[in-house]
Design a protein. Sequence first.
Length: 367
Amino acid sequence: MAHDRQRSRAPMSLPPALELTDRQRSVLRVVVEDYVLTAVPVGSKSLVDRYRLGVSPATVRSAMADLEALGLLTHPHTSAGRVPSDLGYRLYVESLMREAELDTADRLMIRHQFSQVQLTSNEWLRLAAAVLAASTRSASVVTPARARQARFGHVQLVALADGTRLVVLVLSDGNVLQRRLDRAALERDGGGEPIDQVALDMAAAALNATLGGLAAPQVRRRIGRLPALAAHVAEVVATLLEGADSVVVEDVFTDGIVNVLEQPEFAEGTKLRPVLEILQRSDFLEQLVPMLTRSGGVHVIIGRENSNDAMHEVSLVFAPYGAPDRALGLLGVLGPTRMPYPRAIPTVRYLSTLMNELISSHYGETQ
């Protein structure tokens, strides 16, 4: 999955007639960057003093009034200064922002950290979340890469000491599923004879030789060609694959929540709690999957572009990662709409690209 410098089309599209003068664009850019830095509503005199704009405060004040009339700036009731609106942030992200790429030393350090962790382990996902949070000073979210359609990798059948017979199914993306077999039904379908480990090994060998790389519908079409015992287990395998297909996002790994709590917008922890609860719900992240996979690249959702009311004070910067047609996961960061987008976007892009490389390499080695 190629990830270039693309940022996907925004949920909030910019008005087609919105054309700004060079001065208005310059003023909007410094207002956004000053407010991101200070969290203090921005006044015209402070901009002139701090950024040496080369024009008078009155000129800047006029440009800010024009930007407010266009819906790009707004001002809190308790302050004479202006702050960016969601639309202002959108225009900044789309056309005014200067990205702050990770430097070479940071990239090498991140690659080294990933080289020390097993690819398919939860530690790898926790590391990705930790790197994102530390690099962006935001909260991070990472989900495991899983197959868009679960496919058979290989199966083991195990006779346990208590008489239980166990199916251990390893999917092509490395995830492992288990199911206890109904012993009476197993022996009935196996011809009435006790099913020992030798018989289980023979059935597993038949399944592994026949079902490699297949999805549930293909497995079901081959059941009739298998010996009785293997056919019984293949029914269970097909059911496990179908169950895996019904789950898009299983686990969510987060880090850096304290980074968001330290922001003045969320000084009251109760304001962030519903946001965190939504992030832990698989249905919210599942809604992002089609959007991210269609667009590719990095996707930025700002404030009220979020469909959920509880998310209207935060922005999300997300990207998919994985091996094409094999496994797909999501990664990204969350923070107030006053987010350092020039750092967040290239960091998410780099982590997505790096994880793509690692997963593609992993699948190449295991084919």
